[in-house]
Write a protein that binds this ligand. Structure first.
Ligand SMILES: [Fe+2]
Length: 256
């Protein structure tokens, strides 16, 4: 049975350094309270809002020289997992060094968990043609139905944990919906109610999860900046060097 642990940062740092941590990751979810400060998180959201004010939405494949971009997902039929969200994609080769330094704890944590010799571990310096790359992903799930269908994400040597930073205030920026897990033992368990802005959620990417529609009774308005925001520092394979671990898999055709 999966257990959810509310821990502080020193407690979590101790846990993650023990060998048992990764062995038991399928049975445990950690919510690390106050991992980042509200002020720091707001600064990153502000960067996103300024970026989308200046640059038109677009999509680019993950190849060398891929620019930073943002994109509106509105249940695009060919998506690996359908979602309604405004997503932002930042890459270190575009000069975002301070943004990636800010998340160095998380990238380091993921590097330490790598147990394969066949991987180019220089994630922060890799470009798509050389190996797996670091990306900072920000999602805004707008009120009026923002969400993501149930899915599992690929577990790879460099993605043994997923690290989701809560970047909004549940019950203030949105009233209902948000991240849940859904296992045969537990049924749907909603996590956002246990979180606040700046908290870090750590869990296995292989646990079935989704984002239940955010305030579906409201009218969807892409120009509003409330709703549910999260930040995910991730390491992914590129579109030039496939790692064989695959893409996220939608596992249920239901509400987003
Ligand atoms: Fe996911």
């Amino acid at each position: 049975m999966i257990k959810i642990h509310l821990v502080n940062k020193p407690e979590f740092n101790n846990l993650v350094n023990s060998a048992q941590f990764i062995k038991d990751i399928n049975e445990n979810i950690y919510i690390v309270k106050g991992y980042y400060s509200v002020r720091e998180i707001d600064k990153i959201k502000q960067i996103c809002l300024e970026f989308s004010n200046e640059i038109e939405p677009a999509w680019y494949p993950c190849v060398d020289d891929c620019p930073d971009y943002h994109r509106l997902h509105n249940n695009y039929p060919k998506a690996h997992v359908q979602s309604i969200q405004h997503a932002y994609y930042f890459h270190r080769w575009n000069g975002n060094h301070s943004l990636f330094n800010f998340f160095s704890n998380i990238f380091n944590m993921k590097s330490v968990l790598v147990d394969s010799n066949n991987i180019d571990m220089d994630f922060l310096n890799n470009i798509p043609s050389t190996g797996p790359i670091a990306r900072v992903l920000v999602h805004q799930y707008p009120r009026g139905g923002g969400g993501q269908k149930e899915h599992i994400d690929p577990v790879s040597p460099y993605a043994k944990i997923q690290t989701i930073i809560q970047a909004s205030v549940p019950n203030k920026d949105y009233r209902s919906g948000g991240l849940y897990i859904n296992t045969s033992e537990t049924g749907k368990v909603y996590l956002d109610g246990m979180t606040n802005k700046g908290d870090l959620i750590v869990m296995s990417p292989g646990i079935k999860h989704g984002v239940e529609a955010i305030d579906p009774e409201c009218e969807l308005d892409w120009s509003k900046d409330d709703g549910r925001w999260i930040i995910m520092p991730i390491i992914i394979d590129s579109d030039l060097k496939k790692d064989g671990y695959g893409k996220p898999i939608s596992v249920n055709v239901g509400t987003p």
